[in-house]
Design a protein around this ligand. Structure first.
Ligand SMILES: Cc1cc2nc3c(=O)[nH]c(=O)nc-3n(C[C@H](O)[C@H](O)[C@H](O)COP(=O)(O)OP(=O)(O)OC[C@H]3O[C@@H](n4cnc5c(N)ncnc54)[C@H](O)[C@@H]3O)c2cc1C
Length: 414
């Protein structure tokens, strides 16, 4: 005899930062929420990132500068933007879209769209910090780009002009000014670009644990399961999977880089893929840096975290299945030692999967074909930054409120 499916008001698939923030928000507004994930909450991409709340990062990944450099980048396995050639066939449709989105007009449209969200990112974080008691995990002293070569700084002129036009607070620094902020980089930079309003977290894993505890305290129910089947009609949504049978009035898909097959079952073909990224951690009690620092030519952040320096970033196109590429980890190791040659051996290494759309815009809002299914995925390089705002927007959708901010992020754009 099979038992009747469990019935809930809202089921959220995926307990990454986006799912956790959404669950917390909806439960705080009195909704009944079930959060479904086969893994520990926050143990996906949300665990291993660089920890920056990058309200300044409105420049999409695909842009004319990347497009010009793309052949060189993709052919060099040690570049910050690499391709696993064995996956080229599978990745070609995404790459073609990415190339189209890197043309000047599309880049500008994507930057404007992202800037609209990013302008609200810090206030939304402020609300979540209060709600989940995250105060002691937040660092409020900006983020810093450093340029080691004059031509890299010159090449960033377009991005700087666009950010200035969009109202991003940024300061060009001389080498001496960089050294004043970060004494360890006294001889490393020719120029810097400082984002003084930006904040960061001292430990993403601790943030995720705090969010999960706050959601639990608000009445969110957690279920360890994988949702593999989804069918929706005007009455609601049914979810199934091994050991899972749920009916929900609304379902939020927040399964990060694994959201595509679920959205397909809701009737939408969304070109979600992944940009793989890596981190290494070096235990240290010394204050090597005061804030997240990105050496722009190397494509990673060096972020001081509790008791360690985390080196996180770079992009590898190569899908979800292949194991970590040792060469990519070696690249981070070599890179950070150019600044800190005396670091010991890394204490941990990690490969994570950014959920990435070719236009660098997340997908937020109801499904075109199944309005009871709501999308909250595809945040690429900005999932930590945009999670609280996404949660606010998802709550608006659940309440049936229209929000013009959502227009550029609807799934109907594909
Ligand atoms: C190296 C690196 C550095 C980064 N640095 C930053 C940064 O500094 N700032 C920033 O804003 N962003 C950064 N990011 C990006 C950010 O980490 C991601 O955008 C964000 O974590 C995505 O969150 P998510 O909740 O969508 O996905 P995830 O955290 O991946 O969570 C998805 C969850 O869904 C679950 N799931 C998947 N399939 C199913 C299913 N079928 N059923 C149930 N559950 C399922 C998974 O188990 C997982 O727990 C970085 C990413 C990387 C890789």
């Amino acid at each position: 005899m099979t038992s009747a499916p469990k019935s809930v008001e809202i089921a959220i698939i995926g307990a990454g930062v986006v799912g956790l923030a959404s669950a917390l928000r909806l439960a705080g507004e009195g909704r009944e929420v079930l959060l479904i994930d086969p893994n520990e909450p926050g143990s996906g991409a949300s665990f291993g990132n660089a920890g920056t709340i990058a309200e300044y990062a409105c420049m999409p990944v695909g842009n004319p500068g990347v497009l010009r450099a793309l052949p060189k980048l993709l052919l060099d396995p040690d570049s910050p933007f690499a391709l696993r050639w064995a996956t080229l066939f599978q990745l070609t449709p995404w790459l073609i879209r990415f190339i189209r989105q890197s043309l000047p007009e599309a880049t500008r449209a994507n930057a404007l769209a992202l800037a609209g969200l990013l302008a609200e990112a810090l206030p939304a974080w402020g609300e979540m910090v209060q709600e989940a008691g995250l105060q002691d995990l937040m660092r409020r002293n900006g983020c810093l780009y450093v340029y080691r070569r004059h031509n890299d700084f010159a090449a960033s002129a377009g991005g700087r002009a666009l950010r200035a036009e969009l109202g991003v607070h940024q300061q060009v620094l001389t080498a001496d000014e960089v050294a004043a902020l970060e004494p360890a980089l006294a001889d490393a930079a020719t120029q810097g670009l400082y984002f003084p309003d930006s904040i960061s977290v001292s430990d993403p894993k601790a943030v995720m644990a705090r969010l999960a505890a706050a959601a639990l305290a608000r009445g969110v129910e957690f279920m360890r399961a994988s949702a593999t089947g989804l069918s929706a009609d005007a009455g609601g949504v049914r979810l199934s999977g091994p050991g899972l049978a749920i009916t929900a009035q609304k379902v939020v898909i927040a399964a990060g880089a694994r959201s595509r097959p679920l959205a397909a079952q809701a009737g939408d073909r969304i070109p979600l893929d992944t940009e793989r990224g890596y981190h290494l951690e070096f235990p240290t009690t010394a204050t090597l840096l005061n804030r997240p620092v990105c050496p722009v030519d190397l494509g990673f952040y060096m972020t001081p975290m509790d008791g360690r320096l985390r080196v996180a970033g770079t992009v590898e196109l190569g899908g979800l299945k292949a194991p970590p590429t040792p060469r990519r980890l070696a690249l981070l190791d070599r890179g950070v030692r150019q600044f800190f040659p005396n670091l010991g051996q890394p204490s941990s290494q990690w490969l994570g999967f950014r959920p990435s759309l070719p236009d660098s815009r997340p997908v937020i809002g109801p499904s075109v074909k199944s309005p009871n299914v709501i999308y909250a995925f595809g945040h690429g390089h900005l999932g930590l930054t945009l999670a609280p705002l996404t949660a606010r927007l998802i709550a608006d959708v659940v309440h049936g409120k229209d929000n013009t901010l959502l227009s550029p992020f609807r799934s109907a754009r594909f």
